[in-house]
Design a protein around this ligand. Structure first.
Ligand SMILES: CC(C)(COP(=O)(O)OP(=O)(O)OC[C@H]1O[C@@H](n2cnc3c(N)ncnc32)[C@H](O)[C@@H]1OP(=O)(O)O)[C@@H](O)C(=O)NCCC(=O)NCCS
Length: 186
């Protein structure tokens, strides 16, 4: 999809690209920053492949993954994290549970920029954008311990759908953790 960027009062959200490879690699390999995530931390090679995938998706006619780099206007458009959503229109399990036109959202901010409202600000903006693609329901999931993440879900109007999911985070692959799921109708 051809979009140059989305914009909020403090941020630009631009299609993810190799431009911020070094910054993203450093955050993606940071244990504190990624402790509660299922697919991180990652090596430089893994980060490279993932950004390649994002770039390919942005060029695809049938794009399903939309990942944005988050840039902070007041610090000369510094890279401070990313936010993404994935269309689940063709996922039979999701369609059965939530109907058609559902998407799944996720986010990560550099730990030096937590608790300043940047994830919520980005997520509100991205939610509006998803409406233009025909998304009718957004879901998001996180480790029950990840207060910052479920607070973002609540701050953007999502409601808790379940509190008894099970997940395994990459940093502690053998430890079963409780997962929350939130949803919102758009
Ligand atoms: C989750 C994450 C993106 C939130 O980003 P953020 O920019 O800090 O989020 P916001 O500032 O918009 O909102 C965070 C809210 O959580 C609250 N919060 C965070 N940690 C908290 C804690 N330990 N106890 C109570 N509240 C907490 C903040 O106070 C804030 O709520 P408030 O505005 O009502 O005070 C960020 O913490 C992060 O990148 N974490 C690591 C990656 C990750 O886990 N991503 C989610 C994967 S599911």
């Amino acid at each position: 999809m051809k979009i140059s960027c989305l914009e909020t009062s403090r941020l630009f959200l631009v299609p993810s690209s190799m431009k911020y490879f070094e910054e993203r690699s450093s955050i993606s390999s940071d244990i504190e920053n990624t402790r509660l995530m299922m697919f991180l931390p990652s090596t430089k090679e893994e980060t490279f492949s993932y950004i390649k995938k994002c770039e390919t998706q942005w060029k695809s006619e049938n794009q399903t993954l939309f990942e944005f780099d988050i840039l902070l206007k007041e610090q000369n458009n510094k890279f401070i994290g990313w936010i993404s959503f994935e269309l689940l229109f063709d996922n039979p399990e999701i369609v059965k549970k939530f109907g058609n036109n559902c998407a799944d959202m996720g986010w990560l901010l550099d730990k030096n920029f937590w608790n300043k409202g940047f994830a919520s600000e980005s997520a509100k903006c991205v939610l509006e954008f998803t409406k233009s693609l025909g998304v009718k329901k957004m879901i998001a999931q996180c480790d029950a311990e990840n207060i910052g993440s479920w607070r973002v879900m609540e701050k953007i109007g999502m409601k808790k759908y379940s509190d008894n999911g099970i997940r395994y985070n990459k940093s502690e692959p053998n430890l079963a953790k409780t997962e929350f799921m939130y949803t919102i109708d758009l």
